[in-house]
Design a protein around this ligand. Sequence first.
Ligand code: PFF
Length: 517
Amino acid sequence: MQKKRDAWKSRLGIIMAVSGSAVGLGNFLRFPVQAAQNGGGAFMIPYFISLLLLGVPLMWIEWTVGRFGGGFGHGTAPGIFHNMWRKNRFIKYFGVIGIFGPLVIFIYYNYIASWTLAYAVFSAVGKYGQVTDQNTMLSLLKGFQGIEKNQFFSNIQSAYIFFLITFAVNIIIIYKGISGGIERLCKIAIPTLFVFGIIIAVRVLTLGAPEAARPDWNIINGLGFLWNPDFAALKSAKVWLAAAGQIFFTLSVGMGVILTYASYLKKTDDVALSGLTAASTNEFAEIIIGSSIVIPAAYVFFGPHQIQQIAADGAFNLGFVTMPLIFQRIALSAFFGCMWFTLLFLAGITSSVSMAQPSIAFLEDEFNISKKKAVIIFSVISFILCQPAIFFLKHGVVNELDFWGGTFCLVLFATVETILFGWIFGIGKAWEEIHHGADMKIPRIYKFIIKYITPLFLFCILGFWFYQEGIPVIMMKGVSQADKPYVLGIRLMLLAMILTLAIMVRVAWRKRLGNKK
Ligand code: PFF
């Protein structure tokens, strides 16, 4: 007999939950930096093409495949893939990536989300109120992260406390379950986050006339920096890779999380319109709100040259160094600073709970254990796994985790998933499955896109990426001698995680076979 699984309470609930997973730090920090680093307007063309040919099809695939698997009592990729290709004994092991990837992202993303909580509090109490230049603001961040000792922080203690609070919030929400925890959180957090985002974006867009000495540093030019197209950059494989990578990351597709969320749907629930709605909500947050805050604001205050430098320094500097400095210069700075970091915290937490859910579902579905037990096991293990990201941050541990969890695994997973769907399961059956209970008819062209274009696009990306970035990263090019042991240590940890998951799949299937006999 199949165990009764958790379920979403309402359609709005799951749309909010998937949107919650998608709308995250990626929309407000990663997107503007990626766009700025890759030529602003030039980036947006491959971005939109990737959205239409990769993002939206993968969204539909994951919703459909997830709902299909839920019908068999499986909420994660091993069981779902197994049911899609019963003749193949190995495909279930491949599905392990759909639990491993999100777990790897969880163990660093959560820590970063905890910085946003800390900075929301710092904004409110005026901790950085006297700081007026980039270097000092950067010192504050480094002191907080335990990278250096300075006048602001002498150890990592306060960062650790904020991490503990954030971790606990995650666990409580996950423990409360799909409808009682995640759905309830997202139904409140997502609208709140949109309101905050719109208020901040309006504030930035109405910053007013620039200083007389620098008339070019105005909002229109700031927006132009992001939106003026530069067709020459279209020839660069790097720009295409960055755009496709951002689409995956921002939509949370190619990971396995939406698969798990959709497994709690009923067979008759719509996936076509809901999937499209969730993707559109994310794109609104990214393109309309995300692009109207950090880049235009940084342009107005720091000008076109420094902004490139800031973007080159990465997403964290932009969010935690540049933005606080900008808020200092406008009226009601504590209010806007606190609102910005609260927005990021809400965006972060609604994403991080989604990364935990595949692990929980795997334990519950495949080992038949209670939610309570699954959450306890997950808490203990993931808590231990989070520690290297906290204590070895300065040794490049987060970059390493991001590379494997946030880049490598997802392209691989998306490719397998698309081929399984369009070719093994078969596009005819797949098309019927998507439209089962659907509230919209998907344009027929997508039948062709899902079968041919999306996998082809994925193969090209996989090939280019491997050649351009994969090999150098795997060979640890650019990693300092001092950091190599840490990077290697992390790789061993990841290897141990993936092997453990594969063994668990084997044990679960043996047990099931034994029970059948
Ligand atoms: N989509 C999230 C963001 O834009 O920040 C990140 C994310 C969520 C990545 C869920 C992975 C994941 F499983």
